[in-house]
Design a protein around this ligand. Sequence first.
Ligand code: ZN
Length: 260
Amino acid sequence: MSTPETSGRIVPVNDLPERRAVSVDLTTPTSVLAIGAHPDDIEFGCGGTLAKWAASGAALHHLVITDGAKGTWDPHRDVVALVAQRQQEQRRAAALLGGGDVVFLERTDGELRNGVAERWDVSRWIRRIRPDVVLGHDPWRRYRLHPDHRHAGFIVTDAIVAARDPHYFADQGLAPHRPSALLLWEADEPNHVEDVSGHTETKIAALLAHESQFESTMGIEEGTSAGVDEFARRVHSQLAEHGAVAGIAQGESFHLVTDM
Ligand SMILES: [Zn+2]
């Protein structure tokens, strides 16, 4: 096979201008299911969006897949007590965002796999709750190291496929359900922004409910208000960065999937 002639000039792909359409603000859903790998992932990923929708009457549902037992840098920490504390923190965070039930699947933190049992569990909750919108980790996020975030993302996408088809997991005895939209946070290719102006303080308050994560995740030295202020400043600047994709002052960006 002969090679076609070219000018010989090579343009790196990364130098090509990006021209992707970005949508802004879904209409407020009736029912929302946010699914995170660990306690606190939902608040980081979509806390502002959930607070906004709850304030407009959406019913929130929170599902946390692992037990969060690895969430400490203290090698002597009682992990059973840590799991209990993190579940309390998650319930408080959910209440601050606007309420709704919190389901804990209690899979082992750090050892999550996208297996049939995990998909069975999550698809069952999708069929029970019957959300209009599902939110979760973007499993296609490049260079992500944490395996739980990657696996949790794929569990959600695969569970959506299972939940919508009557022949998947028929033993659940539940009617199939097809959500209308999936929003993936920490998106590898953001194509949607939710304007969370007016709800940023609620997101920060919900994040700060996770006191056990101050040191390991949030970089807040225990008991220092300066540390809390610095954390809040970082959240504000990240929301500004996300919003800038769509010219919004404070936003949360996602990859929106509507081909469900
Ligand atoms: Zn996490």
